[in-house]
Design a protein around this ligand. Structure first.
Ligand code: ZN
Length: 412
């Protein structure tokens, strides 16, 4: 990704400031690196990456680049195990996040007239409160539901005539299914869905859009870099614009760490341009995507675009010697008529052999025996080995309000 002169100047000034903080995170990390010798983008690309492990080691507030009295809030990212990561925010960071989030709503065509039903959680996690701040800054009506209690969600959605649903893709699907089951679709006024924090396949997207009758938008972000709201797709296209005035975007080869050409898939690496509390230099997100080259029909070419996230570098599993990403399984399922969007894969190791079992929800009209064979063949053709396929009924697999785990590796 081409770095603009303005971005370079901001980054360079920021680097000089960060390494000058006595005993600071980057003073230690970049010890021995001559910041003055960084003259261009390629010099910048030689700087070491920052990883979540570095932030974990800095627990609780070692990442802070300002004195504690300037910190007005902290958020924490959900480590599945062990020490969490704490991200401190200054007043400006909180305001900047709201500005970016309001811009996301604007790109999605949300206006002051809208009533925004917010189901992501509130708390240490950055989700709910970001949706709320951006909504209030825009001037729309925020309905801060948080997750859970589907009965209450649907009641409020009908009574308050919510027009925008903010949710993870799996919770949006669950609400859509519940609305269909209760036959209350005519009382739902939703017109847009803003879906974040989870990777989702095309089939799931179509189901949610059709069942809720909404236009869908993908919002991107992560707790370490403000939270959701650093980018969203516009009304012209499905690619996600990333706010170039707040973050500098790189796509790298996750194995070699080298930048890839625009358009090539790789890992998203972000450098913050305005953050005060916890500025991050070359932060590895472990999210996989690619730059979408060329101009967007919306005209906002100052904000580069990435594809919908196709996976996480750490979601990659190796079965029978084949590297596999969840997005590939989604493609298999999407190609089979009668297969629904939901699946789970269990990987076990028995008698010296890997055994992969793929559970797939199928339409009630589908012949399960035929589905077993069709999906297995499609899988073999596209991914390179044959799993045991177990077709199940719609809603047999769990829906979660947070992130849904779809691949369970029981081998280690
Ligand atoms: Zn656009």
């Amino acid at each position: 990704m081409h770095m603009t002169e303005e971005q370079f100047d901001i980054i360079k000034a920021q680097l000089k400031k960060l390494v000058a903080i006595p005993d600071g995170f980057y003073a230690k990390k970049f010890a021995g690196i001559d910041i003055d010798a960084i003259k261009d983008q390629s010099d910048f690309e030689k700087l070491p990456f920052t990883d979540k492990g570095d932030l974990r080691e800095a627990y609780p507030l070692g990442i802070a680049a300002v004195p504690p009295e300037q910190i007005v809030r902290i958020h924490s990212s959900s480590g599945t195990t062990g020490t969490p990561v704490i991200i401190p925010y200054t007043k400006k960071d909180v305001e900047d996040w709201a500005i970016q989030f309001a811009r996301c709503y604007e790109y999605a065509g949300v206006t002051k007239e809208d009533r925004v039903h917010i189901t992501p959680g509130y708390g240490l996690w950055t989700a709910g409160i970001g949706f709320q701040l951006g909504c209030e800054l825009l001037g729309a009506m925020a309905i801060p539901m948080g997750p859970g209690n589907t009965d209450k969600q649907l009641k409020m959605m009908m009574d308050l005539e919510s027009t925008v649903l903010c949710a993870t893709s799996s919770y949006a699907l669950r609400l859509a299914e519940e609305i269909a089951k209760r036959g209350i679709g005519d009382q739902i006024k939703l017109r847009k869905g803003i879906i974040g924090s989870e990777r989702w396949g095309e089939k799931m997207r179509r189901r949610i859009a059709n069942e809720l009758g909404v236009e869908l938008y993908d919002i991107y972000g992560l707790t370490e870099v403000y939270g959701p709201g650093i980018g969203i797709n516009c009304q012209a296209d499905s690619a996600v614009h990333i706010w170039s005035d707040y973050v500098y975007l790189e796509i790298i080869d996750p194995v070699t760490g080298e930048p890839v050409s625009d358009g090539e898939p790789g890992e998203i690496v972000l450098t913050t341009l305005q953050k005060e509390g916890a500025p991050l230099i070359r932060f590895r997100t472990h999210d996989l995507s690619r730059i979408v080259p060329g101009d967007c029909a919306c005209g906002h070419n100052e904000h580069p675009r990435i594809d919908i996230i196709t996976g996480r570098t750490d979601d990659m599993v190796k079965v029978h010697g084949v590297n596999m990403f969840p997005a590939q399984i989604e493609e298999v399922i999407a190609a089979v008529d009668g297969a629904s969007s939901e699946y789970q894969m269990m990987i076990d190791h028995l008698n010296g052999k890997d055994i992969a079992t793929l559970f797939v929800e199928v339409e009630p009209s589908a012949n399960k025996y035929n589905m077993e064979e069709t999906i297995a063949t499609e899988f073999k053709n596209r991914i390179g080995f044959t799993p045991q396929v177990k077709p199940v009924d719609i809603e047999d697999l769990p829906r979660s309000e947070k992130k849904t785990t779809r691949i369970f590796d029981n081998r280690y």
